[in-house]
Design a protein around this ligand. Sequence first.
Ligand code: TRP
Length: 342
Amino acid sequence: MSSYTPTNQRPQAMTGDRPTGPLHLGHYVGSLRSRLELQHTHNLTILVADLQALTDNAGNPQKVSHYIPEVVLDYLAVGLDPAKCRFVLQSAVPELAELTVLLLNLVSVAHLERNPTVRSEITQRGFARDIPAGFMCYPVSQAADIIGLGAGVIPVGEDQLPMIEMANVLVDRINRHGNNDQNKISRCSALLSNTTRLPGVLGGAKMSKSGGNAIELGASAAELQKAVQKMYTDPNHLKITDPGRVRGNVVFSYLDAFDPNKEELEELKRHYQKGGLGDGQVKKRLLSIMEKELAPIRDRRMALKNNQAYAIEILKEGTRQARLEAADTLGKIKAALGVFSL
Ligand code: TRP
């Protein structure tokens, strides 16, 4: 297997996913596409964040285990290349867990409770008063991922900004420690994607598998067609001659994300708004554009269907490298914090 070797010339970037289900088009438009570019310009680490997934799936570890190789196969299907970036399994880098334990002493419970993303996730998941402590603390674990592997650039969506902030608060606290004159730890910064979030097929909320409005990366041609058919448009656009609304119209949001010909798209929008353009016609255009981009991904995903063992090999190789780096950083941080080493 050809494996990737980081070089000093490139900035370190890190992204990751919780392996809790198949990746869908929301992941594709929101982050996988940008990773495809980053793998050429950065030392890109892609973390399969299984420990983080367990913080709200402790009752279903089988699901998380199942999706670890599946998510890697999704990555390979879109074109992320183990010769150009590395795939790391979070739970297989125990140094990150150790770092988490040390970092937990540098934040207060009140600070953890203020994290807006964690707060909204608590509501979404209906934890009420039964919030797993591990879940409450996952931003510190995520900070350990970032700090432990020396990532400076974190490509993320808005919801992850509080995690970046947490990482930087911790970096500053480590650096302020008296024993840390030589090895200052570097801060990280978010690389916000400029793509708007892909809505779910039925409109409104973002695409999510739990909302039942997701299109999986490996969706068949028939599934894709069905999804496009049922996409929410403008409920007041009843006759073809009626003027239609483009805003809040899911079909146009998808065209924004997939149509390579922006000029034609603008013309199409004008026509739709004026009246005289039917939903069926716009959907037909969208389907053919999406089919063109997604068919090769679907074919590769099909071909990889039974290659879980290969996915595990790739994870092992990336993880082996990452462990060496994390051990090195952990040693420096222990020294900085004045922690005993045997
Ligand atoms: N929280 C990220 C997600 O929701 C996953 C993740 C875990 C991550 N550790 C990370 C992302 C470190 C970037 C850097 O999918």
